[in-house]
Design a protein around this ligand. Structure first.
Ligand code: NAD
Ligand code: MG
Length: 394
């Protein structure tokens, strides 16, 4: 029986992970669940999965949560609070696998702690990897941690890699990755109309049901930009080896093109329980709960090149990875702040790339040599992005 810690248990990926884990109670024991502030859902999850530890990052919410737990049938659960508790539960001896499913930079420290502690890291939190690429991969290598991608595209690529492949290795015979993207809800909208897009329109993704931040990232295609960088890091490839392909049906989740001309694709319904179950069972397989793919319902599969004028965020991601160093950290931080401002109706949809580009252009690129440098650059990029937003919304 393996012990699992789920960072971000109350989010879209966290909920899907618990769904899969509950199908295999003889294989997985839930050791720890964490949430930022959704204590009602965390409480329900505690009643059902009976972890040893529950973390509520928000100190105020943690107080009421502790009270709720102490008056419940699961009063033996240890409730922790604050950011440091996330790292604490990630490295517990009884934890074998850590699902890194916190959204954004907040997930970096606990995900990295799990990697350093040699855990099996199931990585959904792409922002952490984009920020800290080399450092994260070094930590994995040094500790002998197992890194398994949860992002559906990267999980697909991993499945299409040669037998015995481990993340970070160079697969010599794989010459290219075809990274698929749905194109989001605005693939066909006249570009001029994109200025008027509302948060509600942006979070309504045609194929996937996800958290708000990644839904907006899918609409701007920054999600694909972050994923392109994620793919370079995970599969040790150059940006020019990664071709983004718009495939609106989301049946193929990505492809690997080999030197002999073979192209391997992974297919399935758009259900995150598939990559989650793949990583949980790896190197075996087990039931994910997802519907089998009905190939006869797939009437057509289309593939288009992305238009960088429509999706400037994708261009910015290529710019960030080409410069390297701390620029991907700046890209990520500015994006998180800009998306938040858009969701709070402080800037327009089309201002998101404007904020990011201005922030990138006014930041000196450094070598991403240490975690301290990365965290410092992240902090300053957030301050700068907020200033840019204040100017834009005046
Ligand atoms: P979500 O918004 O639904 O959930 C986020 C989780 O993180 C919640 O449990 C929340 O409590 C926690 N969290 C948020 N801010 C926090 C903070 N400051 N400190 C501690 N915890 C915090 O997000 P999601 O859609 O589940 O995405 C999670 C991650 O997985 C993201 O990095 C996303 O890019 C990635 N991902 C998601 C999907 C998907 O289908 N949802 C697919 C691929 C990758
Ligand atoms: Mg993805």
């Amino acid at each position: 029986m393996k012990g699992i810690c789920i960072l971000g248990a109350t989010g879209s990926i966290g909920v899907s992970t618990l769904d899969v884990v509950a199908r295999h109670p003889h294989l997985y024991k839930v050791v720890a669940l964490t949430a930022n502030n959704n204590i009602d859902l965390l409480f329900e999850q505690c009643l059902q999965h009976r972890p040893e530890f529950a973390v509520v990052v928000d100190e105020g919410k943690a107080l009421s949560f502790r009270e709720k737990i102490s008056n419940s049938p699961v009063s033996d659960i240890t409730v922790l609070s604050g950011h440091a508790a996330l790292e604490q539960v990630s490295i517990l001896d009884q934890v074998d696998s850590v699902m890194a499913a916190i959204v954004g930079a907040a997930g970096l420290l606990p995900s990295l702690a799990a990697a350093k502690a040699g855990k099996t890291v199931l990585l959904a939190n792409k922002e952490a990897l984009v920020m800290s690429g080399d450092i994260f991969m070094q930590a994995v290598k040094q500790s002998g941690a197992q890194l398994l991608p949860i992002d559906s595209e990267h999980n697909a690529i991993f499945q299409c890699m040669p037998g015995g492949y481990i993340a970070g290795d160079t697969a010599e015979q794989a010459r290219r990755i075809l990274l698929t993207a749905s194109g989001g809800p605005f693939r066909r909208m006249p570009i001029a109309d994109m200025t008027h897009v509302t948060p509600a329109q942006a979070v309504a993704h045609p194929n996937w049901d996800m958290g708000k931040k990644i839904s907006v990232d899918s609409a701007t295609m920054m999600n694909k930009g972050l994923e392109m960088i994620e793919a370079c890091i995970l599969f040790n490839m150059k940006p020019e080896q990664i071709q983004v392909v718009i495939h609106p049906q989301s049946v193929i989740h990505s492809m690997v093109d080999y030197v002999d001309g073979t192209v391997l694709a992974q297919m399935g319904n758009p259900d995150m329980r598939i990559p989650i179950a793949h990583a949980l069972a790896w190197p075996e397989r087990f039931d994910s709960g997802a519907e089998p793919l009905n190939i006869f319902n797939v009437r057509q599969m289309d593939f288009e090149e992305p238009n960088l004028e429509r999706f400037p965020c994708l261009r910015l991601a290529y710019k960030a990875i080409a410069a390297g160093g701390t620029l991907p950290t700046v890209l990520n931080a500015a994006n998180e702040i800009a998306v938040d401002a858009f969701l709070n109706e402080r800037i327009r949809f089309t201002d998101i790339p404007v904020v990011i580009e201005r922030c990138m252009d006014s930041t000196e690129v450094k070598k991403a040599e240490s975690l301290e440098i990365i965290l410092d650059v992240d902090k300053n990029a957030r301050i700068l992005s907020k200033e840019i937003i204040a100017e834009l919304s005046n």
